[in-house]
Write a protein that binds this ligand. Structure first.
Ligand code: CP
Length: 306
């Protein structure tokens, strides 16, 4: 049983809890692959999907997950809600709570916003990405794809390359993978690696070769141009040449290594098209893992609320 009613980050989620989510997600993924579309474990429950930032994968997969489970969903876009009239997050949360929502799934540009919401509302809050802080369900779906490929996360070597500074995906993966016994290497321009990642357990590499040598997983992260207030590197072309991954670089990894990317991808920047579309790429599998992991998270949080 999960030891929480909200899923806000992986920083404090135990190995047992991650294992429980991945086990159930694997079961759901198998059933979805077999063509099942109605698994009404949460029939009658409601979720509000409250996104203050753009999304394709996370929003649709939460909605798909909720629908497979028989739930009713309401979508709120900040730009067309009373948020645009100046309503605070706390007041928005109180309004949604008064409507007796069971879950609020939130993406917000400010780190910590889901924590504030969770303190305010009775509903379970799922963080669908808060600023540059965490994106727990993304890391869980990444771990599901890794575990299904290799059987276990214990001892896996994972290289994360890209915009680590602005990446909530990198932080959630670091927390989750370290908890599960994996090794996490990071490589990016110095300006794109926040201080203290080594103290959190990452191995900071000084070359692409050092990062990729004999790894099981190569994870590219998007260069987040919308969050780059100052130029952190001279140009996208120079980034791609010095920090991007092409097929030659991929050959440094283990022969059975897989390629992951949370999306959306800047083709030809963090990964070349040949790597994105490579037979070892699991980027599309990650999307299906996303639906399954979100189903598992909703079911297990519901169980923990009882
Ligand atoms: N991986 C991810 O969060 O993608 P979206 O921004 O499309 O939701």
């Amino acid at each position: 049983m999960l030891q929480r009613q909200d899923l806000l980050g992986l920083i404090d989620v135990s190995k047992e809890e991650i294992t429980e989510i991945l086990d159930l997600a694997h079961e759901f993924k198998t059933r979805i692959k077999a063509g099942e579309k109605k698994m009404g474990y949460l029939t009658g429950k409601t979720a509000t999907i409250l996104f203050y930032e753009n999304s394709t994968r996370t929003r649709t997969s939460f909605e798909q997950a909720a629908k497979y489970l028989g739930m009713t969903t309401i979508n709120i876009e900040a730009g067309t809600s009373s948020v645009a009239k100046g309503e605070t997050l706390v007041d928005t949360g109180k309004t949604l709570d008064a409507q007796k929502n069971d879950f609020i799934i939130m993406r917000h540009p400010m780190g910590g916003a889901p924590y504030l919401l969770a303190k305010t509302v009775q509903a379970s809050v799922l963080n669908a990405g808060d600023g540059i802080n965490e994106h727990p369900t993304q890391a869980l779906l990444d771990m599901l794809t890794m575990r299904e490929t290799f059987g276990s996360l214990q001892g896996l070597k994972v290289a994360i390359l890209g915009d680590i500074k602005h990446s909530r995906v990198a932080k959630s993966n670091l927390f989750g993978l370290k908890t599960m016994g994996a090794e996490v290497r990071m490589f990016a321009p110095e300006t794109l690696i926040p201080k203290g990642m080594d103290q959190l357990g990452a191995t900071i590499c000084s070359s692409r070769e050092e990062a990729l040598k004999d790894v099981d997983v190569v994870m590219g992260l998007r260069i987040q141009l919308e969050r780059q207030k100052a130029g952190n590197f001279p140009s996208l072309g120079e980034y791609a040449a010095n920090y991007g991954v092409n097929e030659e670089h991929l050959a440094l990894a283990k022969p059975n290594a897989i390629v992951l990317h949370p999306g959306p991808v800047n083709r030809g920047v963090e990964l070349t098209s040949a790597v994105i579309d490579h037979e070892r790429s699991r980027i599309e599998d990650q999307v299906l893992s996303g639906v399954a992991v979100r189903m598992a998270a909703l079911c297990l949080l519901d169980e923990a609320r009882k």
